[in-house]
Design a protein around this ligand. Structure first.
Ligand code: HEM
Length: 414
């Protein structure tokens, strides 16, 4: 690891901020013989997403011990396509609707449990709700104890930046889950394989002619990957959305007016354009995943006039792409108006990545954020007790508000 990579690993956000002014929109993290580039120029991003089917997707060295070598986050080739064909359809459009009652039930339970006077950590609360939703979708009912163990393990690995770095650089890597937790996750998935609506793990077990045999190790890797990718991200997006709504009394009022015209627990984006724009802007300013997966160029290529030899690796910085002042003037200002009456092209705005690895849960994640935010706005009054704690905190490649950011529930609404 060279000096630049080390700075990037140890002081990630301040290092990235120090690069934001570079108009060329890329940075060389490692040179010959295997160049490694961090890119955020829209042309480069466009090239990567269009070339994606021919690129390779090497796994993250730091996250591999957590999610396993067979995780769908980095498996490539026909196996990857099969995973996407199997898991993609239930996570979008009409089939996603079959999960709406389940999500609504979980969200209402969590919101109803918030009592006036109670103070909670916003990111911890949203993580608990999003994990409960993902737990039900992936494993089915009755997995609360397992989800608690899962959350404790992830917290140990990623909850404190200093500890995460110590694991990575001094202790040989992030801590693996215990064999006992792995076994229980797989057993729970099998025990709930026949329940309705069908769990995502049941789909993996059913094979549906796509995957062939999925052994217990591979099943464990997908369960853990889906639980993590599906809850940590959505929780961060929701926490920031709640924070920004708290900052602006007029916005809160306008959102309540918008919601009053809609009876649905799970509003579609077109029914609540302002809420959707607030979520999009929250995802722009604090993308829950700061970098897209690595892309390796098996045959080399040319990016931004630079010729790259075979084996070069490019990583897209979503964080820096979202802060380009030429496309997002005054980029650090929160302004949902940026998304109100225009579509922002994917090479400028990519909270869910793109190309052939585009996030499988992008519709689900946004639906959940809309549902949690709508339920809170309708049923509770709250305010943030320490807005100064709203700083970005890295949890692996994920990014959330600092855990100490708290809200106080002040009243119930009818
Ligand atoms: C606001 C919420 C979310 C954000 C911001 C987000 C962001 C991302 C990003 C940036 C990627 C990498 C894409 C790339 O490399 O081009 C990704 C991949 C992925 N996400 Fe999400 N995600 C969210 C929610 C979810 C949810 C709810 C699920 C649950 C199913 C999920 C499952 C996945 C999976 C399985 C992949 C890997 C796709 C592949 O490699 O083919 N995500 N996500």
């Amino acid at each position: 690891m060279n000096r630049t990579e080390l700075r990037m690993a140890l002081r990630t956000l301040s290092f990235l901020d120090s690069q934001a002014h570079r108009e060329e929109g890329f940075l060389e993290l490692a040179g010959e013989p295997r160049p490694k580039l961090l890119v955020w120029h829209p042309e480069a991003i466009d090239w990567i997403f269009h070339s994606d089917p021919g690129l390779e997707h090497p796994g993250s060295r730091s996250l591999m011990p957590l999610f396993g070598k067979d995780s769908l986050l980095w498996v490539d080739g026909p196996r990857h396509s099969s995973y996407r064909r199997l898991l993609g359809p239930p996570l979008r459009g009409r089939r996603l609707h079959s999960y709406r009652d389940l999500i609504a039930h979980t969200v209402h339970e969590a919101v109803d449990a918030l009592r006036p006077g109670q103070v909670v950590s916003i990111p911890e609360w949203t993580r608990q709700v999003a994990l409960r939703v993902m737990g039900r979708l992936v494993l089915g009912d009755g997995a609360e104890g397992l989800l608690k163990q899962f959350a404790d393990w992830i917290e140990r690995a990623l909850g404190a930046r200093g500890r995460t770095l110590a694991y990575r650089f001094l202790l040989g890597g992030l801590p693996r889950s215990s064999a006992e937790l792995d076994r229980q996750l797989v057993d729970k998935a099998k025990a709930n394989a026949e329940t309705e609506p069908r769990t995502l793990a049941a789909l993996l077990l059913s094979q549906e002619g796509l995957l062939g045999q999925v052994d217990d190790h591979e099943l464990r890797d997908q369960i853990v990957s889906l639980l993590f990718a599906g809850h940590e991200t959505t929780a961060a997006a929701t926490a920031w959305t709640l924070y920004w709504i708290d900052r602006d009394e007029n916005l809160r009022h306008d959102l309540r007016t918008e919601l009053a015209a809609v009876s649905d627990d799970a509003p579609e984006p077109a029914q609540v354009p302002l809420l959707q724009a607030v979520i999009q802007e929250a995802l722009r300013l604090a993308p829950p995943v700061t970098v897209a997966e690595n892309r390796k160029l098996p045959e080399g290529g040319e990016i931004l006039g630079r010729s790259l030899p075979p084996g070069s690796v490019v990583t897209t910085s979503i964080y820096l792409a979202h802060r380009r002042p030429d496309y997002f003037p005054d980029p650090l200002r929160f302004d949902p108006g940026r998304f109100l009456s225009r579509r922002v092209p994917p090479q400028h705005y990519l909270p869910f990545g793109g190309g052939s690895r585009h996030c499988l849960g992008n519709q689900l994640g946004q639906l959940e954020t809309r549902m949690i935010t709508a339920a809170l706005l309708r049923r509770r009054e709250w305010h943030c007790v320490n807005p100064e704690a709203a700083v970005l905190q890295l949890r692996g490649h994920a990014m959330a508000p600092a855990t100490k950011l708290r809200m106080k529930v002040t009243a119930c609404r009818n």
